[in-house]
Design a protein around this ligand. Sequence first.
Ligand SMILES: [Zn+2]
Length: 313
Amino acid sequence: MTITTLIITFIFGSIIGSFLNVVIYRLNTNLSISKGHSKCFSCGRALGPKDLVPILSYLLFRGRCRTCKSKISVQYPLVEIFTGLMFVFVTYFYFFDNDIFIGNNIFNKGVIFSVLTQMSFFKYIFFVFDLSLLSLLICIFVYDFRHKIIPDSLVYTGVILMFVKIVISLIIFKIGWFGTIAVLLAGPIVALPFALFWLVSGGRWMGLGDAKLALIVGWGLGISYGYTALMYSFWIGAISIIGLTLIREMFDAFSTPNNALGIKIRFLHNKKLQYFARRLPSFKLRSEIPFGPFIIVAFYMIYFLGKNLLWWL
Ligand SMILES: [Zn+2]
C-alpha cells in the first residue's frame, strides 16, 4: 500500500466522518440531513469552508468557534480521525492484504469473512457495503453513547444493508439449502439472548435496539463468531465500567492532600488530569449504561482482528 493511497484514503474517510457528525447531530434535532448550512451551536454563525476542514479546523482553532469562542465537542475530530483510520484499514484488507481472503466460508465464518479471492465486480460491491456498514456503526456508537438510545432509522438501515449483502453472498457462493437456512438464521439466533433480556426485564437491562444491533452482528459474523462478539461485548462493557469507576473513585479519594488515608499521590493533584477525570462518563444507574457501543467495539474487534483471533477461538 503506497503512502499516497493511504493518505488519500484517510482524507476521504475523514470527510465521510465529518458527514457522519452531521447525521448524528441532525438526527437528534430532527433537522434535514441534506438541507441547510451547518451553524455554530452557540452563536448561530453559518460555518464556512474554513471551519469545516476535517480534524484540521478543530486543531487550528483549538476546539473553539472562531467568532464566539465557545467550545466545540471533541466528538467531532474523534469521529473524523476514527472514520479516516477505518477507511484505511478496510482498504488495506480488501486490496493489499491477501490473508483476509478466507474464501467462500459463509456458513462457518459469516458473510464478513467471505470475501471473493479474485478481483471481481462483487469484491468492489462488498467493499462499499463494509465501508457503509462500519460508518453506520460509528453513528450508532456515538448516538447511543450520548443519548442512550439507538435510533431505529440507523439500526434498520444497517439491518437492511447486512441482509442485502447476505442475499448477494448466498447467490454467489451457492452453499446448499442447509447452509442457506443456517446463514439466514444466524442473525435471529444471535439476537435472541438480547431480545430475551429485553423481554424479561421490560427494557430495563437491555433495550430492543441492542437486539436489532445483534441481528447485524449475527448476519455479519455467523453464529459462532456472532456469539464470540456478544461474549466480547459483555467483557468490554464490564472492564470499561469497572475501569472508569475506579479512575473516578481514585481521583475523588486522593485528589486532596487531606484524604482519608493521608496518602499523597502526586499525579492525582494534576489539575489537567483532574479535569479529564471529572469529564469521564459516569453511570450511577444500570439503566444509564448504553450497551450498543460495547457490541459495536466487539464487532470492530472481530472484523479487524478476526483472522488473528481465528486460531484460538
Ligand atoms: Zn460561535
